[in-house]
Design a protein around this ligand. Structure first.
Ligand SMILES: NC(=O)C1=CN([C@@H]2O[C@H](COP(=O)(O)OP(=O)(O)OC[C@H]3O[C@@H](n4cnc5c(N)ncnc54)[C@H](OP(=O)(O)O)[C@@H]3O)[C@@H](O)[C@H]2O)C=CC1
Ligand SMILES: O=C(O)[C@H](O)CS(=O)(=O)O
Length: 493
């Protein structure tokens, strides 16, 4: 653990009022009914950076009821009106990008440069769906009888609730709240207990942007299961949107089934990253670095398995090792850090378990493989060779800075291995033969395919998985559909 100096976050902010520790409930900044709070820890230093209101089901029910009331006037406004409010929110997020990044790094650990990037990424969803607010079109259909006139309109689904993870504490909420508010929904967000401060700062700016009282609430709580049950069991909630593990996604789908609730699920991944022997090797190494070590490997679209064709395996491994050994591991608040700490001790145990399993079954550590000298939850960026399909990492998501290299011979073999998983979120491959590119991009069973790139995240594209990686899509013009209901009107004239 880095020296136990206090993070002293407030003194670093241009606008200290963005460091809010109360929950945002129906337009009021409140503590928990019972006054309870929970600690928010800086994972790099281990110190408590805030004590945040610890709300329960009763407060959550009040937020849901308020959203149901407030959404009606909000939906009655024109799309252009709602667009103007979202545009202002976007502008405020970008004007306060540095403060929002400092708050995000302090509670989550990612380096400031990445945190700045996440703020811009999250804000881009607010900008994008602000524009989409003006384009929620319906349609007319030629009648089936002479006296019939058919039209279809799309209306906001009602109150939506979100549950989001710690790894992108700004962007994962923005990707959900922006389309919901754009169409006129009410929205209740419950951020991860590890990282509530980013969501609260977003709410401060939403209020300043003119989001009406009650339309948006942010429920901070250490009791994830309780809040989740309120979201799933409260009949007012018509939409649940979740980003997190497949395990928790299954729990929420079961819990919300009694309400026949519309659900969006962005769940776990197990991304294969395939390098064919006709690839641009240096580009493939760069792509692997971006895909594997972004957010310290803590994203659902990180390369989890790296398959390299036999003829270039050794050359790729050495080039990747050289690039990895240039990475700086340090406090995210210090400029120049490439990798911060992992989010918690559980995350370190997971990567250690995968490494020991690989070594026990015949794999080798090429570089890294141990806890970092910084102590705490810092870990050395790691590359392993000799990895095979019988090892845990072939089926489990590592969610850490570990690149396992699998060797393969043929296109058919690697497609079969890449698809041999219950997950189907993102995959990547590097090749230059157009026939191979066409065959492989069509054969891979994933919702997202990166071809000759390791970075696929953008607000303009539909993000989401197949199989047990999720339901629905976020971002792009498709992303707004999840917050709308379609109504068919048959008029007899
Ligand atoms: N597809 C995608 O876009 C993404 C997928 N993920 C996946 O999520 C995992 C890592 O994130 P992680 O946060 O650990 O995932 P979790 O699924 O453990 O947590 C995600 C969110 O769900 C909350 N939660 C946990 N249990 C329950 C419950 N029973 N009822 C209601 N809410 C609950 C958590 O609260 P709390 O943290 O307070 O316990 C957190 O806010 C990885 O598997 C990763 O692949 C992560 C990000 C994006
Ligand atoms: O939470 C995640 O892992 C994100 O969905 C990944 S991305 O959108 O930043 O690519």
């Amino acid at each position: 653990m880095l020296d136990h100096q206090s993070t002293d976050l407030k003194s670093r902010l241009k606008d200290p009022s963005l460091l809010e520790t109360r929950a945002y409930l129906a337009g009021e900044w409140v503590g928990a009914d019972d006054g309870a709070t929970f600690d928010v820890i800086n994972p790099a230093r281990g110190d408590v950076i805030a004590k945040v209101a610890d709300l329960g089901r009763a407060e959550t029910a009040r937020a849901i009821a308020a959203a149901d009331t407030a959404r009606r006037d909000w939906a009655a406004r024109t799309g252009k009106d709602r667009a103007a409010v979202l545009r202002k929110w976007y502008e405020l997020m970008m004007e306060n990008q540095e403060d929002l990044a400092l708050i995000l790094t302090a509670e989550m650990g990612k380096p400031l440069a990445e945190a700045r990037g996440e703020i811009a990424y999250g804000a881009s969803f607010v900008e994008w769906f602000g524009e989409e607010a003006k384009r929620v079109y319906g349609e007319t259909i030629p009648g089936h009888q002479p006296d019939k006139r058919i039209s279809v309109i799309r209306q906001p689904i009602g109150v939506a609730a979100s549950i989001t993870p710690w790894n992108f504490p700004n962007a994962m909420i923005a990707r959900k709240v922006a389309p919901a508010l754009a169409v006129g929904c009410g929205f209740v967000a419950r951020p991860a207990a590890e990282t509530p401060l980013s969501a609260l700062a977003m709410a401060v700016l939403a209020e300043r942007a003119g989001v009406p009282t009650g339309v948006l609430s942010v429920i901070t709580s250490s009791r994830a299961s309780d809040i989740g049950k309120e979201f799933c069991e409260n009949p007012i909630v018509r939409k649940l949107t979740f980003t997190g593990s497949t395990e928790v996604g299954r729990i929420l789908l079961r819990q919300s089934a009694d309400q026949v609730m519309k659900c969006s699920m962005e769940l776990g991944g197990n991304a294969p990253f395939i390098v064919f022997d006709d690839a641009d090797l240096d580009a493939a190494v760069q792509g692997a670095m971006m895909s594997k070590y972004r957010n310290n490997g803590q994203t659902c679209v990180c390369a989890n398995r790296i398959y390299v064709q036999a003829g270039i395996y050794d050359a790729f491994a050495q080039k990747l090792k050289a690039a990895v050994e240039k990475l700086n591991v340090g406090d995210g608040l210090a400029e120049g850090s490439d990798l911060g700490p992992l989010i918690n001790e559980e995350a370190v145990t997971k990567i250690e378990d995968h490494i020991s399993d690989i070594v026990a079954k015949g794999g080798q550590v090429l570089t890294g493989g141990r806890r970092h000298g910084n102590g705490g939850t810092f870990f050395e960026p790691t590359v392993l060779t000799g990895v095979t399909q019988d090892m845990k990492v072939a089926q489990e998501e590592t969610f850490g800075p570990m690149a396992p290299l699998f060797r393969f011979d043929t296109e058919e073999e690697v497609i079969a291995h890449a698809n041999d998983t219950i997950f189907g979120l993102a995959c990547y491959f590097y090749a230059r033969d157009i026939g191979r590119i066409t065959r492989v991009q069509e054969a891979l069973e994933y919702g997202i395919v990166g071809v000759n790139t390791g970075l696929i995240s953008s607000e303009v594209a539909p993000f989401g998985g197949v199989k047990q990686s999720g339901l629905g899509r976020e971002g792009s013009h498709h992303g707004i559909d999840d917050y709308l209901e379609m109504k068919y009107i048959c008029l007899s004239v």
